[in-house]
Structure formats: structure tokens, C-alpha cells
Design a protein. Structure first.
Length: 521
């Protein structure tokens, strides 16, 4: 059946609007003649609502988010007493749990981030709290005991750190994955059935927010198998690109597994692609592990490189030679510079290389990214004066803080700029991300963060749709132009005209003509 959408405002992408849109039974955008000639047709009255290309998330962690949703939500615990009470009540209500996992704590709050604080709530089993940057853990004494970290010796790590007090005893804060894994590797593992349930929960949530495609930017062994198992249920809605995590300690062995899983995922006929490898060039500002050219103000050091430079060059070259897309986490300006230096030695990319985050940049770096065809995959929701941003003020200083998230400069320089959420670090809701990108704040009472870097609604929609497809080197353009799949979202209002953009609601989501989600206006 051919469908006509009309009586609303319709945005096709590429600065083009229309009064009516026609969709074939195969889920493709067609011209009016096909509709008129069809004997089986229907009309959908948009009732003044807004039809637009569907959203796509260029960098998130749906499986992690689904797992996290199974634990205790502490995001509203804004005081130490509230946190202790929530943990204590949860432990009492779940006596059979031998491990308590909770997320997320705001690192900017006035709390004593120490194991003894958590010991006030629970002492008989490990308690693990995930920081809002997801590069920090806060654990109780029992978790440290189980990990063997309370016996007077802390292992030497290639990256990251276990915070210790003046007596050399761990405080309960672990920074970056090499340190965090000392505890997390001991956590009870979910069954594959539980993981599939977690992934399908995330898949449903994303579809309800207007998202039809997502890049999962951290895939360890067993996770691609979960995606495949979820696909076999027939309930997985979105398209996914999986980024296998490159571990400096095992990459030369792991790449064989990456190749095998890429081939195994081909059975999904493109719904799940294992075509990308994720590298970490640095850490995050909050832990002072992001690489910066000028030192941190509170420590006078420049952050931590996750890889030795020669090893990183060799690993990226090997991934490139095997046809994988290069996806690099680089937050500090020095990390972006290092990444570009490595990429400049390669050529003939199968896919555009990606720098994820690119939080602290300068014009020279953006010029180099444009010249190399490197994509900036950024998180618009972070460009606001909230706790996550302001917690970096003492380390970076006001000048560098103001220069973060230079989205307008990226667009004007010609960098292909892709929007993403990094969920569960921040909300997966693209409407909120779009609103912050346009207004540089989420709430009316906030002071905007560097309003000079605000972008237009059209640029934001492009970054959430067309540019994601450019990043993935796809034949589908991410628009609603003639011949394209009907990947679309119906919104409650026209975001180009809305004075309260963040109040826009997703009413329906379509993937290749199939309705994934609908709610009443």
C-alpha cells in the first residue's frame, strides 16, 4: 500500500520542505505519480505536526545502559545522607544480592567521595557506584577487599589510578578502565538471556525517542554475541554498528576475534555491522587523564596516554589494513593532535576515521580534521553549564572551559560533525541534545555556555541524521528525499519555529516504512 503524509510541515533534509510525502509499500520515498497510480493507498493526516528524517546516534552504549538500568538509580541522590539512605534501603530490600551496582553519582556534588561514606550504608557486600563520566568508580571497603586492594599493595597500572590516602590505603575511587577493571572484572556476570533483555529494553527506549540507528562504541568479548542473539529473537528494531574495543594488552590477538565476529554478523543482512574498532587516545578531564597541551592547573601535568605511541600506530594501521573503521576517543587537544598525526600516515580509508568527543580543539586541529576527512562525533547535550562541565573548571580554568564544544567552528570549518549521546553518560534523548546545541543550555534559568558556538536547528538535525550516514559511509543518505528509505519521525511541533524547543515530543518513529513507535499527541 502506498501512503501519503500530508496536512503538516514536512522537512526532507538538505534545506528542503514539502507539503506532502509519499511512501511505497516497500518503505521507500516515492513521487506523487506512484501514489496516484496505485490501487492500494492510504492517507495519513499529520494534523499540523512535523515530519522529519529520523534521528541516529553516532556514539552510545545501549547494552551498558540496559545493564545499568537493572541496578539502583542514584542520580537524584544529591546529598551524602540521601545517598547512604538509598543504598541502605536497597540493600535491605534485596538481601539475596551479593553485589550492589548503582549509577550515577554527580562528581561535582559536595560529598566525601570515600569508601567510608559507602560503608555507612553497606559493609557485608561490595557496593560499586558509577560516576557521571563513566570513567570513575566509587566503591566501599568490601569491594576493595574482594579485589585484593586492601592488603597494602596497589598494582602498577599502565593507565588510570587507584586513589590512595596518606597512609597508602585506597580511598575507594578508581579512575579509568585499567583501575576500574580491578573491581569490575569480579562483578557477577549476567546471563546472555539477561543481556538480551537489557539490550531490547534499550532498543525500545531509543526507538521511542525517534532514533532508528545507533553506534555501540564499546564492544568487548561476548557483547557482539548478545546483539546476534537479540537479532535472532526478531524483536530488535534499530540498525547498529558495533565498535570493538581495542585493548593495548591484547589487541594483536583480539583482532582475529573482531574479524570473525564481523563475518558472523553478516547473517543479519546489515542490521548489525561489526565494522569498527574503538581506540582510546586518552581519558577524561574530571580525572585529569585527558591529554592536554597546556598542563592541568591543579596538578601541572598533561594527562595520560592510554597507548604507547608506537603501539597505537601499529594497532590502528592493523585495523585499517583489515578494513575496519577507526573510531578514536580523544577528549583533550593533545589527544586529538596525536590521533591526527597517526591518521596522516595512513591512506585509502574504507570508512571516514572518527574522533569521538573532540571536546577541546582549536582552529588548526579543525583544519587538519577537514583536510583528512576525519569526522567529529560529539555530544551536544554536554555543552551546558551543569555539574559535568563545571566540575572541570578548577582543572582547566575558565578560558579552556569556555572553548569546549566548538560546534559552530566545526561546521564552519567543514568538519563532518555528527551528534551522539554517549548514553548512559547522558540522556539518549536527541531533542534535549538538539535544544542544548541550539541554545547552549537546557533550562531557562541556566547561563548559556559560550553562546557564540550555538548552531542552527537545521545543522543539529543534519548532525543527528544525514551526517551519521556520511560517517558510516552508507548509501542511505539519512534524508527523506526521493528513493530513500522512509526513516522518519513525527514531532509535536516544528523545531525550526519552536520557542520551547526542548518541549518537543516524539509522536511516532518509522524505520524503512515500518512503525516502531507511536504515542498520542
Amino acid at each position: 500500500m502506498v501512503t501519503k503524509f500530508h496536512n503538516g510541515e514536512i522537512y526532507l533534509g538538505n534545506s528542503t520542505f514539502t507539503d506532502a510525502l509519499f511512501v511505497s509499500a516497500e518503505g521507500l520515498v516515492v513521487n506523487q505519480e506512484v501514489f496516484e497510480d496505485s490501487t492500494a493507498k492510504q492517507e495519513v493526516d499529520l494534523a499540523g505536526k512535523f515530519l522529519s528524517p529520523a534521528f541516529r546516534d553516532g556514539h552510545a552504549h545501549p547494552l551498558f545502559a540496559g545493564r545499568e538500568a537493572r541496578g539502583l538509580d542514584i542520580s537524584n541522590c544529591l546529598t551524602e545522607d540521601a545517598l547512604v539512605t538509598a543504598l541502605s534501603n536497597y540493600a535491605s530490600a534485596n538481601p539475596a544480592l551479593n553485589w550492589i551496582d548503582a549509577a550515577v553519582f554527580d562528581r561535582s556534588l559536595d560529598m566525601r567521595f570515600h569508601r567510608e561514606t559507602l560503608d555507612r550504608a553497606v559493609t557485608d557486600r561490595p557496593v560499586v557506584l558509577h560516576g557521571d563520566d563513566h570513567h570513575t568508580l566509587w566503591v566501599n571497603t568490601e569491594a576493595l577487599q574482594v579485589a585484593g586492594l586492601m592488603n597494602g599493595s596497589v598494582p602498577t597500572l599502565e593507565a588510570g589510578s587507584v586513589d590512595i590516602d596518606e597512609s597508602g590505603i585506597p580511598t575507594g575511587i578508581l579512575r579509568e578502565w585499567p583501575a576500574m577493571s580491578l573491581v569490575m572484572d569480579l562483578a557477577p556476570k549476567l546471563t546472555q538471556e539477561q543481556d538480551v533483555e537489557a539490550l531490547l529494553w534499550s532498543d525500545t527506549a531509543l526507538a521511542a525517542s525517534g532514533i532508528v540507528e545507533c553506534v555501540d562504541a564499546w564492544i568487548d568479548r561476548g557483547m557482539a554475541e548478545t546483539y546476534l542473539a537479540a537479532w535472532k529473537t526478531g524483536k530488535l528494531n534499530l540498525e547498529y554498528t558495533l565498535c570493538f574495543r581495542a585493548d593495548p594488552a591484547s589487541f594483536s590477538e583480539d583482532i582475529t576475534y573482531f574479524i570473525e565476529m564481523r563475518e558472523a554478523l553478516e547473517v543479519t543482512q546489515g542490521q548489525i555491522k561489526g565494522t569498527s574498532i574503538k581506540f582510546f587516545a586518552d581519558g577524561v578531564f574530571g580525572s585529569q587523564t585527558a591529554l592536554v597541551s597546556d598542563p592541568y592547573l591543579t596538578s601541572n601535568h598533561h594527562g595520560e596516554a592510554t597507548w604507547q605511541l608506537d603501539e597505537l600506530k601499529t594497532a590502528i594501521a592493523l585495523a585499517h589494513e583489515n578494513g575496519f573503521q577507526i573510531h578514536v576517543h580523544a577528549i583533550g587537544d593533545a589527544a586529538t593532535e596525536l590521533t591526527l598525526d597517526v591518521l596522516e600516515e595512513l591512506k585509502d580509508f574504507s570508512y571516514p576515521p572518527i574522533i569521538a568527543h573532540a571536546e577541546l580543539t582549536n582552529q588548526n586541529l579543525l583544519n587538519r580534521m577537514t583536510a583528512l576527512g576525519v569526522v567529529a562525533c560529539v555530544q551536544p547535550y554536554w555543552a551546558q553549564n551543569n555539574g559535568l562541565l563545571l566540575s572541570c573548571l578548577t582543572q582547566l580554568g575558565q578560558s579552556r572551559l569556555d572553548s569546549l564544544y566548538a560546534f559552530k567552528d566545526m561546521f564552519e570549518t567543514g568538519v563532518t560533525t555528527v551528534f551522539s549521546s554517549d548514553w548512559p553518560i547522558s540522556t539518549y534523548d536527541p531533542i534535549k541534545g538538539l535544544a542544548v546545541a541550539v541554545n547552549r543550555k537546557e533550562h531557562a534559568h541556566q547561563e548559556p555556555h559560550n553562546l557564540a558556538q550555538a548552531i542552527s536547528v537545521e545543522q543539529g538535525i543534519t548532525a543527528y541524521s544525514k551526517n551519521v550516514k556520511l560517517m558510516l559511509n552508507a548509501s542511505n543518505t539519512g534524508t527523506l528525499e526521493l528513493g530513500q528509505p522512509f526513516d522518519a519521525v513525527i514531532l509535536s511541533q516544528n523545531p525550526f519555529k519552536a520557542s520551547d524547543l526542548i518541549q518537543t515530543k516524539v509522536l511516532a518513529t518509522f524505520k524503512a516504512g515500518r512503525e516502531l513507535f507511536r504515542t498520542n499527541p
